[in-house]
Write a protein that binds this ligand. Structure first.
Ligand SMILES: O=P(O)(O)OC[C@H]1O[C@H](OP(=O)(O)OP(=O)(O)O)[C@H](O)[C@@H]1O
Ligand SMILES: Nc1ncnc2[nH]cnc12
Length: 186
């Protein structure tokens, strides 16, 4: 593992795991905003993403509400690339694209505004679980004819089936829940 990600890995191993209708959901600053996330961890995430993507080839960072926002923000500040947030609220703009998001434990509508045809986009999120969120946002980006350069998540859950994810997704860490604890795959 990249040594700059060690503090993230350490804190993940201590994350509480709660039951969400049968889904083992870990609670961590990266994925939930609580417990408090250390600035050094946010910086390490932004650096880790920057190292894996050619940001020169990116016009806009796109991050879904809510837990993609702090990672997209840290990355935007570090790279000077503008940030677009995919919202769970409609603005009614004529160019708005609505897609349906289904996660491992819930569903919602997502609304994309602010991405234009030909924009080169980096999609960033906190965690890949079922992949429903990534798929929905990719569909929206396709609808506006954006160019998807890369998809990066901080954490990929390897203990949840995301066989339906049709795109390559890069993760900083691969994780699973075992015996009520988060394990990091090396
Ligand atoms: O791979 P999936 O099964 O789609 O799960 C991953 C998504 O689930 C969470 O979002 P959620 O919409 O639950 O809420 P939040 O970000 O608003 O907390 C998380 O932030 C990811 O976006
Ligand atoms: N906070 C979280 N913990 C575990 N799995 C998740 N999937 C989406 N959000 C998650």
């Amino acid at each position: 593992m990249d040594s700059t990600l060690e503090p993230l890995a350490r804190s993940l191993r201590q994350a509480p795991v709660v039951d969400r209708d049968g889904y083992e959901y870990f609670v961590h600053g990266v994925t939930d905003g609580i417990p408090p996330v250390e600035p050094a961890v946010l910086s390490a995430v932004a650096d880790g993403i920057s190292e894996r993507v050619d940001l020169e080839a990116v016009d806009k960072i796109v991050a879904p509400e809510a837990m993609g926002i702090h990672h997209g923000t840290a990355l935007s500040i570090a790279t000077d690339v503008p940030l677009v947030v995919v919202r769970k609220r409609s603005y009614g703009f004529p160019e708005e694209v609505a897609v349906h998001q289904e996660t491992s434990y819930g569903e919602s509508e997502l609304y994309l505004n602010g991405v234009d045809a030909g924009d080169r986009v980096l999609l960033v999120d906190d965690v890949l679980s079922s992949g429903g969120t990534i798929e929905a946002v990719c569909d929206a980006l396709e609808a506006v004819e954006a160019e998807l350069v890369d998809i990066v998540v901080v954490l990929r859950r390897v203990d949840v089936d995301h066989a339906d994810v049709s795109r390559d997704v890069t993760s900083l860490l691969d994780v699973r829940v075992r015996d009520g604890k988060v394990e990091i795959l090396e």
